[in-house]
Ligand binder design. Structure first.
Ligand code: FAD
Length: 294
């Protein structure tokens, strides 16, 4: 049963948490309450996203710097190639290094809304692989990159996408974090593919605990992730029942990490959406306890 599989989950699990920079003072309060709560679980790192088109540049930096100053956490700053020259991006990377940040999630980024294909900034990094190469020249960073178990929408084939991931790893990435997914088998198949491409860094599953199916549907398509029908069915009729939705959400995410754990996964990255509760519950079920080193 559920319980017996979790019983063996002791302290061999590593987790990391992803946050996005807050827009308003109210959102900032929510975020910081979540950070303080999740800090107890000793994550390996916490990452802060970089808004589409570089729109949150200042807010990302401020959040990352506040994490350095006010917590014991190791922050990872997301950085994209969008809308900036190589020199500008290199400068940001140097500033992070000087501020004590040693971990970066290197991404290409998405085209601006309305544009249907990505165009590199003239004088900018063309893609994530080039960005990784650039960061490597600047300092000794721990670098994560993105991976897509269902392939990136811009890739014609899964093979092309795996070639791209291989380039990012060859350029110096230390790990890949996956786009969220809802079928563990998709992830395990992807691991086999990575293996056959000689991609030999950890491929950490990105876990999205879903509480709001309607919102999810909206952004899943652009993220290159499919949303299975069963998930919609589970949330069907619960629009006005947020507490019930949370219980369903915890069960869905708990079952998914249980299956991943049973398949040998020991590193998990959580898309927290700046909320602590659900992620905390799932980590607890994985055997993680406050105050214990992972
Ligand atoms: P790349 O790895 O550069 O690849 C993008 C596509 O281009 C792939 O299909 C690839 O095959 C193709 N490609 C790249 N180079 C070549 C080449 N030389 N020849 C042919 N094809 C090529 N977005 C944000 O804006 N901010 C964030 O903070 C953010 N965080 C994310 C975190 C994670 C864990 C993940 C999974 C995604 C995140 N994203 C974020 C989304 C990401 O920016 C988009 O998915 C983007 O469209 C692709 O970025 P990438 O780094 O995967 O790109």
């Amino acid at each position: 049963g559920l319980n017996s599989l979790f019983e063996e989950a002791v302290s061999d699990v590593n987790v990391s948490f992803e946050f996005f920079p807050p827009k308003t003072p109210k959102m900032e309060e929510t975020l910081w309450n979540s950070i303080k709560t999740l800090e107890e679980l000793n994550p390996k790192f916490v990452s802060v996203t970089y808004g589409a088109g570089g729109s949150t540049r200042e807010r990302t930096h401020n959040t990352v710097k506040r994490i350095v100053e006010e917590t014991s956490l190791a922050p990872a700053a997301h950085l994209t190639c969008v809308g900036a020259t190589r020199d500008e991006i290199d400068e940001v990377v140097r500033e992070y290094y000087q501020a004590g940040v040693r971990s970066i999630v290197a991404l290409r980024g998405d085209p601006p809304e309305g544009a249907n294909r990505y165009e590199a900034h003239p004088g900018g990094y063309a893609n994530a692989a080039e960005l990784v190469e650039g960061i490597r020249k600047i300092g000794d960073f721990d670098i994560s990159v993105a991976a897509y178990p269902e392939k990136h929408p811009d890739s014609a084939t899964l093979a092309a996408d795996l070639d791209n991931l291989k380039r990012k790893v060859d350029a110096g990435a230390n790990r890949a974090i996956t786009q969220f997914f809802f079928e563990p088998d998709q992830y395990f198949r992807f691991l086999d593919h990575c293996d056959s491409y000689g991609i030999n860094v950890p491929i950490v599953p990105g876990i999205l605990p879903v509480t709001n199916y309607a919102t999810l549907k909206n952004f899943a398509a652009t993220a290159g992730a499919s949303v299975p029908k069963w998930l919609g069915d589970l949330f069907d009729g619960l629009d006005d029942k947020p507490q019930t939705r949370s219980l369903v959400a915890a069960t869905v995410a708990g079952e998914m990490v249980r299956r991943l754990y049973a398949g040998g996964v020991r590193d998990f990255h959580f898309y927290t959406l700046n909320r602590a509760e659900l992620t905390y519950a799932i980590c607890h079920m994985l055997g993680i306890r406050a105050g214990k080193e992972g």
